[in-house]
Design a protein around this ligand. Structure first.
Ligand code: ZN
Length: 134
């Protein structure tokens, strides 16, 4: 895997959290988009080489709504950039990790993504993402 691509933070209100993180990082949100399949609205901010993704649920069945109900707002996942997500999925499966999706799926920010279940990664949801692939 390559660098950490972004850190995802689950929030109740992307509007309120967006204001806070713009102040915190002294920058502006450069992209906001809805990922209908995941039931989320996401906003991205950049701090130097690093990105923060804010995630707000759009419905009660969204994974973000469930996460916040259980654990409250906070760090939701760490995303690693990979060159070839299909190869990484196969490698992680062979290593015994539990993946939340067997096939790459379209995620935010024009990426193909796959999630690794936190039960096999010491409580941290891991996202794999591959850029510019479609
Ligand atoms: Zn993410």
């Amino acid at each position: 895997m390559n660098k950490i691509e972004h850190i995802g933070i689950a929030v109740n209100s992307i509007k309120l959290a967006g204001d806070i993180y713009q102040k915190l990082l002294d920058t502006v949100i450069y992209k906001t988009e809805e990922v209908v399949s995941e039931g989320v609205i996401t906003s991205f901010l950049q701090a130097g080489p690093n990105k923060i993704e804010l995630l707000e649920a759009t419905n009660p069945d969204s994974p973000i709504a469930k996460f916040i109900a259980k654990r409250g707002e906070g760090v939701h996942h760490i995303a690693f950039e990979v060159n070839d997500i299909v190869t990484e999925i196969a490698r992680l499966k062979a290593e015994g990790f539990t993946l939340l999706n067997d096939e790459p799926k379209p995620g935010a920010d024009n990426k193909l993504v796959c999630f690794v279940h936190p039960k096999g990664t010491n409580g941290v949801l891991i996202e794999l993402c591959q850029s510019n692939s479609y």
